[in-house]
Design a protein around this ligand. Structure first.
Ligand SMILES: C[S@@+](CC[C@H](N)C(=O)[O-])C[C@H]1O[C@@H](n2cnc3c(N)ncnc32)[C@H](O)[C@@H]1O
Length: 363
């Protein structure tokens, strides 16, 4: 990291385009949230969350952290960790056509929030097929994770929530993953198998495909609706189609030591502690000795105490039943408990990224 690189005119223009895109997305996210929360106060005051005011100094620190993330995102593309085209990758037309649905969905979210209905799920869902902790409206979102309607809006909602930084944060798993995969020089690129746990609509798989064009990619999620959406978007990509599997991250339907790398993005904060440990243990089982696990999730109180108000506001604004427990959890201890070693962690804006290795077999 931080290696000096030569910046051609074309690079400078690409960088300018990237910075402008990110500024545009940030402005869009901030404006959307401002207008929608005013509307909510006006039309559904009972459901309006009581946010802690964010002081100017904290806002300045947030802006700085966001800028640092963006710089890192650009530099790692420059270093060839992933193609610069990923920086601009999004289904823009698709999102534009779905944006009105985000507004149309809002009254239902406000109602659910004010009536504290957190288990308002589609009637046809077979509840026995899912763990109890999953059967909730995370973020108060309509149908929880259990409908095509929810899957159609999810990426756009996350993009707005994070002011356009969701993919830059997801991409932070790529550098540690590629470093970890160097432990397998004897594997041809097409023999490397990487699993993305809780892949949702496949945004992380898209980033993985950019960085590992030949690898075998597998995405697992509990939601068939989200996997259907992932399939739609991933099938547009050139190269081998990632394999998508419905299943629980706590007991995955794969053989021991069958993958060399695992990523898991934005799942841990939505799990109770015991399930968090089960997922980490499962990742350990699935990795070939020497393999690498990269986790990315919300920052926590221990690494980012200065942003505790932001974490608290997130919990107040969205139904996130396990978030308070998560932000105080010791993920490194959980990784050690599972057997992982060489554990490292970094913070990127609102995301903490952990990398860990499964002990290699003695030579
Ligand atoms: C916040 S979303 C993150 C999705 C994706 N990784 C991303 O970056 O957008 C959480 C995802 O975890 C999935 N999920 C929750 N609990 C799970 C479990 N026990 N096993 C597998 N997937 C799970 C949900 O269906 C949802 O797609």
């Amino acid at each position: 990291m931080g290696t000096p690189y030569r910046c051609s005119m074309a690079d400078q223009l690409t960088k300018l385009a990237y910075d402008t895109l990110q500024q545009g997305k940030a402005l869009f996210g901030i404006t959307h949230k401002e207008v929608s929360s005013r509307l909510m106060q006006l039309l559904a005051p009972a459901g309006s969350p009581r946010f802690e005011p964010v002081p100017d100094q904290l806002l300045a620190e947030l802006r700085q952290a966001m800028q640092t993330l963006q710089e890192r995102d650009w530099q790692e593309a420059e270093q060839g960790i992933y193609p610069a085209s990923l920086l601009f990758d999004a289904p823009w037309l698709d999102w534009a056509s779905r944006y009105p649905l985000v507004w149309l969905d809002m009254p239902a979210i406000w109602n659910r929030r004010s009536q504290r209905r957190v288990r308002d799920l589609p009637r046809d869902v077979d509840q026995r097929a899912y763990p109890d902790y999953y059967l909730q409206n995370f973020h108060h979102q309509t149908d929880g994770y259990l409908s095509d309607h929810s899957a159609a809006l999810y990426d756009l909602q996350v993009e707005i929530l994070f002011n356009g930084t969701a993919d830059p944060m997801r991409r932070r798993v790529l550098a540690p993953l590629l470093r970890g995969l160097k432990a397998f020089p004897e594997h041809a690129p097409a023999q490397i198998r990487v699993l993305d746990v809780a892949t949702g609509t496949g945004r992380t798989l898209r980033q993985l495909r950019g960085a590992l064009p030949q690898a075998q990619l597998v995405g697992l999620d509990l939601s068939t609706a989200y996997l259907r959406q992932a399939n739609r978007w991933l099938s547009e990509l050139p190269g081998e189609l990632p394999q998508l599997v419905q299943g629980n991250g706590e007991a995955m339907p794969f053989a021991d030591a069958s993958v060399q790398g695992i990523t898991c993005v934005f799942l841990l904060h939505e799990l109770p502690g015991e399930a968090r440990q089960n997922v980490i243990n499962e990742c350990y089982r699935l990795l070939e000795p020497g393999g690498v696990l990269v986790l990315a999730d919300s920052i926590q109180l221990a690494d980012s105490p200065q942003f505790s108000t932001v974490m608290d506001n997130f919990r107040r604004g969205f139904h996130e039943p396990y978030y308070r427990d998560y932000i105080g959890d010791d993920i490194e201890a959980r990784l050690r408990q599972a057997g992982f070693e060489a554990i490292s962690a970094e913070t990127h804006f609102m995301t903490r990224v952990w990398a860990a290795r499964k002990r290699a077999l003695a030579a």
